[in-house]
Design a protein around this ligand. Structure first.
Ligand code: ISL
Length: 567
């Protein structure tokens, strides 16, 4: 394989920015585009190639911008189209690329398309969304058309008084699903949500819920998997549905194929066979997908709050699937352990309980992730080891609709049971999406230097200890280590980015050891995921190229010690 002939996005490292929480330039408490522009040199200095910007479009912000009311306008608190043009320009002038979020399974109910659609049953855009008449139960009570559950709790259908029908909304009540069956709708999506931005020079899209566009058109009830609840996960009635590959092929043919861009679809869960249908190069759909194996380690059952803890076997399995599914095919993988929907990886898989453990385990996780095949993603703050929010924070500090709806729904189901609510808060402290969404900790001044005003969301209490300013010039910091990891990844790309993964130590409770092989080149990665010293003797014939310790013993790995060898 000649790596030089590979497309740019394969070896790229992508840095995700969540605009509300990155950096506030005008003191209104919200991050904004000028704030991002002011930190582009910092982003560049980390050694990344691409920025993925989460939704900055105009939006009522019921789901932090994943509820878009205008694909061609900027949310005023983030700035103007002029600021956006400047951002595109400034990213480019630093030799980086910019990828946006493509949110086209649904719009906001404030989008003009939906306003028209809901205005009357015979409006020309009625069919742009998914409308159904009610059902009635034996007592004559009005009921939604089926038992599908929203990803944000409750029924997936919303009643519209005005036209006396339900509309489908797999997420919030204000996020009506677009009807992909309607060709005119698809054309409008391509035109306004995609081409408009490609013509402005953006370099690709992260494609939100890319597996959900095609719904089984019978709209039948989902099988009952949770007997305690009325609403049931829609499963394969919406996920990886009957026309999904047709839609992605069309999107590729009509739009993506005309530009030199990257696409990464949020798919989450599917079989290897299904995954390859999305990302096999010859399928002409998307370049890559996000699979949730690693970010859902420890999640058992029906959702993130069904969390049961994890062990290294879970981790091994997850890593093997996420990064190995594409091996031996023409498909391409992704490597990520955080994003705006996930808690902080150091709190989950390392430790945030003491400074030394935090520093070493954040580095170990950086070393693991940067040794995995595929396009690598780093989420803002991950590069300094930002942690989950403290357990002492009450639910009132949480802002995310997904968590708040779940909490309310849970409360209604269990009644006023304080003990159970406290148990739920234990899990919220591990798994909530808001752990990723608190403002970036820039320095040890008030509000972590994120804003001079009142932040829209409270800054994590540990900003005096964990912040950018204290790390950028410290060679022993997590930030400096990430810089090193990215360099090592590039200089050993044959194995680290393109190699096949083999797990060496199946069954070990503390050590995660794997190799990455490509032809006669081999990398060996040894990771001690425990807080104990564990006997370990490295194989002969390898050179150590990366480690998170100043000294390495011949006989053991220290707590959270990580080593990468190359042969
Ligand atoms: O976080 C989740 C709920 O536990 C996931 O199911 C999540 O909703 C799913 O991964 C889809 O996420 C994407 O679409 C959502 C948006 O809220 C997420 O932020 C986005 O990443 C709706 O647009």
């Amino acid at each position: 394989m000649t790596i030089n002939a590979e497309p740019w996005w394969k070896t790229a490292t992508v840095y995700q920015i969540w605009p509300a929480s990155y950096k506030d330039s005008n003191g209104d408490g919200f991050g904004d585009l000028q704030g991002i522009i002011s930190e582009l040199d910092y982003v560049k200095s980390l050694g990344v190639d691409v920025i993925w910007l989460s939704p900055m479009y105009d939006s009522p912000q019921d789901d932090m911008g994943y509820d878009i009311s205008n694909y061609n306008a900027i949310y005023p608190k983030y700035g103007t189209m002029k600021d956006m043009d400047q951002l595109i320009d400034q990213v480019r002038s630093r030799g980086m690329k910019l990828v946006l979020d493509l949110v086209v399974n649904h719009t906001s109910s404030e989008h003009e398309w939906f306003k028209e659609s809901r205005s009357s049953k015979d409006n020309p855009k009625r069919n742009w969304y998914i409308w159904k008449p009610p059902k009635y139960d034996e007592q004559g009570n009005r009921q939604p058309p089926n038992n599908w559950k929203s990803c944000f709790s409750g029924s997936a259908w919303e009643w519209d008084e005005h036209t006396q029908e339900y509309y489908l909304r797999l997420f919030a009540a204000t996020q009506p699903d677009l009807n992909w069956e309607c060709e005119e709708t698809r054309e409008a999506i391509y035109e306004y949500a995609m081409k408009f931005w490609y013509e402005k020079g953006v370099d690709g899209f992260r494609i939100d819920v890319a597996a959900l566009y095609s719904k089984v058109q019978t709209f039948e009830d989902a099988p009952i998997v949770d007997h305690t609840q009325k609403w049931q996960p829609f499963g394969s009635l919406c996920s990886n549905g009957p026309r999904i590959h047709e839609f992605h092929k069309e999107m590729y043919k009509k739009v993506t194929s005309h530009y030199d861009v990257m696409t990464v679809g949020e798919v989450g869960h599917c079989s290897r066979e299904e995954a390859l249908k999305y990302v096999s190069a010859s399928a002409n759909e998307m370049n890559s997908i996000f699979l949730f194996d690693l970010v859902e380690v420890g999640v058992k059952g029906l959702g993130r709050y069904d969390f049961a803890g994890w062990n290294l076997d879970d981790m091994r399995k997850a890593v093997k699937n996420m990064s190995g599914f594409a091996e031996g095919t023409d498909a391409w993988a992704t490597a990520f352990s955080e994003n705006h929907d996930q808690p902080r990886s150091v709190s989950r898989f390392g430790t945030d309980k003491n400074p030394k453990g935090h520093n070493k385990s954040a580095k170990l996780l950086a070393q693991m992730l940067s040794s995995l095949s595929g396009t690598l993603y780093i989420y803002q703050g991950q590069e300094i080891g930002m942690t989950n929010l403290p357990r002492s924070w009450p639910i009132s500090e949480y802002k995310d609709i997904e968590t708040l709806n779940y909490y309310e729904d849970f409360k209604q189901r269990i009644g006023d049971d304080k003990e159970k609510l406290e148990k739920l808060m234990d899990v919220v402290q591990i798994m909530a999406r808001d752990h990723a969404r608190s403002p970036v900790q820039w320095d040890n001044s008030k509000h972590g230097g994120f804003t001079t005003g009142e932040p829209w969301m409270r800054v994590n209490d540990n900003y005096p200890e964990i912040n950018v300013a204290s790390q950028v010039n410290d060679p022993s910091s997590v930030f400096s280590f990430w810089q090193k990891c990215l360099k090592v990844r590039k200089s050993h790309s044959e194995t680290l980015i393109f190699g096949d993964l083999k797990i060496v130590d199946n069954g070990h409770e503390k050590l995660f050891i794997f190799t990455k092989e490509n032809g006669n080149k081999k990398a060996l990665v040894a990771l001690n995921f425990s807080e104990e010293t564990v006997p370990y003797v490295a194989e002969e014939g390898y050179n150590l190229v990366l480690t998170n310790f100043d000294e390495n013993s011949d006989s053991h790995l220290a707590p959270y010690e990580a080593r990468t060898y190359i042969k």
